[in-house]
Design a protein around this ligand. Structure first.
Ligand code: 313
Length: 267
């Protein structure tokens, strides 16, 4: 329809994505095939660049289509909606899992127990993400949240022996969600006596690093759909401690002023 041709022209038939290796990009490529969106191009970049483009389009009330996920602070900063996905290309609600290297429980039982007991809600993660998006340094945002949530943190550290300066290395990808979770759990480990290093990597090295033991753990495995390929490649070489968050979502996201409601409208 005429409105759709305006959107296609204004977006130059581009869907603004994030890092090439992200599972969300794989899911978007699948959706482009399954919905026959032959005229559309998925633009690779980074989470930060995607948000910058969203901010610019939103300020000018121009159409934009991005690869989006929940939890994310952008839903509290902008009036956004997911495009309906009738073919289910993006899968359903997912979990984020904690994964650690084999041997961690024997080597550093207290840190293992904290990582195993780490679990929180999407709203908890969004609080930290919004604080960081408003300019607070991730280290300070993590401290703010930990100080304001002693009861929840006490559940994570319950029965965990204190560290004595042992090194713990966590790896993460610079997705706003994983920056929040990694800095928070790193802060809790540090307060419990461990010497914590947080190392930013791409998604493949995040899984590979825990599998080969060069990293002790990560809290950013999106399962069962988003990271299934990485998980299946490395699952025999690491220990999956189960979910630390339930209720994520992936999809194509537009500002509410963009008058389309389904991925089918892009055809
Ligand atoms: C962008 S989601 C946090 C993770 C992923 O897509 O790989």
């Amino acid at each position: 329809n005429e409105n759709m041709s305006e959107i296609a022209a204004a977006t130059n038939h581009r869907i603004i994505g994030i890092e090439p290796g992200a599972g969300l990009m794989e899911l978007t490529s699948t959706a482009i095939e399954e919905y026959d969106l032959d005229d559309w191009t998925l633009v690779e970049g980074s989470s930060a660049a995607m948000v910058a483009e969203l901010q610019k389009a939103y300020n000018n009330e121009e159409p934009i289509i991005i690869t989006g996920w929940t939890p994310h602070w952008m839903f509290s900063s902008f009036d956004l909606k997911y495009l309906e996905d009738p073919k289910g290309s993006f899968g359903g609600a997912e979990d984020i899992h904690t994964v650690v290297r084999k041997g961690l429980e024997k080597d550093v039982p207290g840190a293992y127990k904290i990582l195993d007991q780490f679990t929180w809600e999407p709203s908890d993660m969004e609080e930290v993400m919004v604080d960081i998006a408003n300019g607070t340094d991730p280290t300070d945002a993590a401290e703010n949240w930990v100080n304001a949530n002693e009861v929840k943190v006490a559940e994570w550290t319950k029965g965990a022996q204190s560290g004595n300066g042992e090194q713990i290395k966590l790896v993460f990808v610079a997705w706003d969600s994983e920056i929040a979770s990694t800095y928070v759990v790193g802060k809790v480990l540090q307060e419990h006596g461990y010497n914590v290093t947080l190392s930013q990597v791409e998604v493949g090295p995040m899984f590979a690093g825990v599998a080969n033991g060069s990293a002790d753990g990560m809290v950013g495995a999106w399962l069962p759909t988003t990271h299934q390929e990485y998980y299946n490649t490395y699952k025999n070489d690491f220990q999956d401690l189960g979910r630390n968050l339930h209720g994520t979502k992936n999809g194509l996201v537009v500002p509410k002023y963009v008058e389309i409601n389904s991925i089918e409208d892009l055809q």
